[in-house]
Write a protein that binds this ligand. Structure first.
Ligand code: ADP
Ligand code: MG
Length: 703
């Protein structure tokens, strides 16, 4: 990435406003006015052939008329002129184009937009937008946008795909008292996208936390790559989480791959923390900006009210950091600084009698104690106490410990006095929230941050016993006869080449052949119809399990063919597969999609009704580590079934995790070939006994 060019875009030393206007209310006027109002120190060059001067700035007919160098051009002219302007900017040696003008891909003019990008690139320029509000930066006194003012000062930076939302957030930073350094509108992301912007913000010394509003990524895999390398916390609000296009999907996985579930996993894999809604984006941005990650899981809560203490305890569990009893030595120590009728167990209840002194002393002891990984201080406004005084005593106690690698968050429940005190706390580096649940959510984000950061260090599982050529041979055979999907048997051959345990099988095309294969494989066995026109074989009466005799093989051979014909008259039938019968086991499903955003993505869930009805599945973008595979097993609702319930033995989760990784490795390695696939069911046995893939399907990519 060319940092110099991106610096020119996000931190320009001089700007041209192309389409600058003297008319109040026009964007070309507002941008110029904003540059002036924000006291931007760089060169400002309005471009407008019809004016000599606007807002006191000398006006130029063309960027080429400007003698000084221009880092960035903010383009506000109508869409039809943009292309020519880009040529002029290119000749001038401009680095970055901030294209505010709309009317491109968002109205269907994708090609036109792509032409602009190609043109910009041909001059070595980068293009932000089009269809953006602009870029705002407090540390550069730069409001290169038509948003009314720079945001409330702070050290988070926001990247927003929605311009209107960015302007709304800009105003809210003041009412909420949550500070930002930069607001970056990326609009249609025709060139500069989330990954580029995250990468640039990671090296920006004024940004401590990267906050994203995402509608859809164009560059999912690169976001994962860049996110994993980023040294700063990233928090994202993703909108549009409803599943779409599911009905058209041909496989189980296709219909279960709701975008929101894939995004959820992909964000975690990118080390990005998710926010639930706009409020939550603010709340999490604040805590991630001000506080370090929480490295352990012991949270100590100190409160002056039992009610908020209980609320916080409930929330702690909800946000994945259930409270534990404080260790005895900590309790003993705390008891010295609180009334005898209080409680030191956790939450530590100082009672309504608590004043500044008790808060100070207990916060200090709690923060210093090695068992405590994070501290949550709650306070309900009382008649006898001054919230600001309490706030100051908390800050003083924290400072006196000198500790910087443990987080603290605060919640004050009260009125204006409490609001003021909380503002003071935030200004002094301690995140404070009106609700105890919000405070717990915030510290939960710090725990999440610590965890997903650790996870990004894990390397994906690698296998050297893979026979890629064998897999390609099977795939190419099918392609050569004009097919875009594989039979069950072929799919299993591909699976086997990647080390997945599949049932042994052979396709018979006559009754006698069926009998001879049956004798070779041995009883009991399974017989199934082989036809690419029949998706669900059992629905067509095309599956016979537990076949035990030669007579039955003959009988079922004919029955299966008859059923298939009855089910779908014109179905092209390849034969009947004679297959080793796997013993009964817990049924799970593995599947994959080639997601349009993230590429090869694996799905795992319990099979049977669990997958059909409950959609109890989880996703990962391939490839990933064995540890991630194990986490997938725990993520589904049905996790206890794999762990062994009611005296049943645990299932072979080790083997399952290995198979999941191999599957992920396969779809990653063959992502040019496999568009969708599933193994349904996979039968999982008791610990140590492994598993077997009973059914397999692979759909090929269109070539
Ligand atoms: P489909 O999903 O197309 O209906 P399957 O191949 O999954 O067909 O077969 C239906 C069911 O039969 C499976 O869910 C499984 O319970 C059982 N089955 C299929 N193949 C085998 C096998 N080789 N060993 C044991 N059971 C099998
Ligand atoms: Mg099946």
């Amino acid at each position: 990435m060319n940092m110099d060019v991106l610096n020119g875009l996000f931190q320009p030393k001089s700007v041209a406003v192309v389409g600058a206007s003297a008319t109040l209310g026009k964007i070309g006027h507002t941008v110029l006015l904003n540059l002036q109002k924000s006291q931007y120190k760089g060169g400002i060059f309005p471009i407008n052939p019809k004016s000599d001067e606007i807002l006191g700035f000398k006006c130029y007919g063309n960027v080429l008329d400007v003698q000084d160098p221009i880092d960035a051009a903010i383009i506000t002219v109508p869409a039809k002129f943009v292309s020519q302007i880009i040529d002029e900017c290119g000749e001038k040696g401009v680095k970055g184009l901030l294209v505010i003008t709309s009317g491109f891909s968002e109205v269907g003019l994708v090609d036109l937009e792509q032409e602009l990008v190609a043109k910009a690139h041909s001059y070595g320029m980068r293009l932000l937008g089009p269809n953006i509000v602009g870029v705002l930066s407090n540390s550069d006194d730069f409001n290169g946008s038509f948003a009314p003012f720079l945001p409330f000062k702070g050290s988070a930076s926001l990247v927003s795909q929605s311009g209107a939302l960015l302007i709304g957030i800009d105003a809210q930073t003041y009412t909420r008292g949550i500070g930002f350094d930069k607001l970056i509108s990326i609009g249609n992301m025709s060139d500069v996208n989330f990954a580029d912007t995250i990468e640039w913000l990671d090296q920006d010394k004024n940004t401590f936390c990267i906050s994203l509003y995402v509608e859809g990524l164009k560059d999912g895999r690169r976001v994962i790559e860049v996110g994993r390398k980023t040294s700063k916390p990233i928090v994202a609000l993703k909108s549009g989480v409803s599943a779409h296009g599911a009905a058209a999907a041909a496989s189980h996985t296709g219909s279960l791959a709701g975008t929101s579930k894939i995004y959820k996993s992909a964000f975690a894999q990118a080390g990005i923390i998710q926010a639930e809604d706009l409020d939550n984006l603010f709340d999490r941005t604040l805590v991630l900006t001000l506080q370090p990650p929480m490295k352990g899981e012991n949270v100590l809560i100190i409160t002056n009210g039992g009610g908020v203490g209980v609320l916080a305890t409930d929330s702690a569990e909800k946000f994945g950091i259930p409270l534990k009893f404080a260790p005895p030595d900590l309790q003993e120590e705390l008891k010295k600084y609180m009334p005898s009728f209080g409680s030191a167990i956790n939450p530590v209840d100082l009672t309504g009698m608590a004043g500044e002194g008790w808060y100070h002393d207990t916060v200090k002891i709690g923060f210093q104690h090695k068992w405590v990984d994070g501290l949550v201080i709650l306070y309900c406004e009382t008649a006898m106490t001054d919230p600001l005084g309490i706030a100051k005593s908390i800050k003083k106690a924290v400072d006196s410990t000198g500790i910087k690698d443990k987080p603290i968050v605060v919640s004050f429940v009260g009125g204006e006095r409490s609001d003021k005190a909380m503002r003071w706390l935030v200004e002094n580096g301690i995140p404070a929230y009106g609700g105890p649940d919000v405070a717990l959510n915030a510290i939960g984000a710090l725990k999440e941050y610590a965890k997903i950061r650790m996870d990004t260090l894990d390397a994906p599982a690698k296998f050297d016993d893979v026979d890629r050529d064998e897999a390609l041979k099977v795939i190419n055979f099918a392609r050569n006869v004009g097919r875009d999907s594989l039979t069950e048997l072929e799919s299993k051959q591909v699976f086997k080449a990647y080390g997945l345990p599949v049932t042994y099988a052979k396709i018979a095309t006559s009754e006698d052949e069926a009998v001879s294969f049956a004798e070779e494989i041995g009883f009991p066995l399974v017989m199934k119809i082989v036809s690419l026109d029949i998706l669900h074989k059992s629905d067509a009466g095309g599956v016979k399990v537990d076949v035990n005799s030669v007579e039955d093989v003959r009988k079922f051979y004919n029955e299966i063919l008859k059923n298939a014909k009855a089910y779908k008259e014109d179905a092209e039938i390849i034969g009947v597969v004679i297959q080793e019968m796997a013993p009964w086991g817990t049924e799970v499903i593995l599947g994959s999609v080639n997601d349009s955003t993230f590429g090869p993505t694996l799905m795992f869930g319990l099979g049977g009704i669990f997958v059909e009805v409950l959609k109890d599945v989880t996703f990962r973008v391939a490839p990933f580590s064995k540890k991630q595979a194990k986490e997938m097993l725990n993520e589904i609702q049905g996790a206890p079934i794999l762990a062994g319930i009611r005296g049943e033995k645990p299932r072979d989760r080790e083997a399952l995790a290995d198979t999941i990784c191999r599957y992920a490795n396969m779809i990653y390695d063959l992502h040019d070939e496999i568009s969708e696939s599933d193994a349904n069911p996979v039968l999982v046995y008791d610990e140590g006994d492994g598993l077997k893939v009973a059914d397999a399907r692979i759909l090929l990519t269109k070539k």
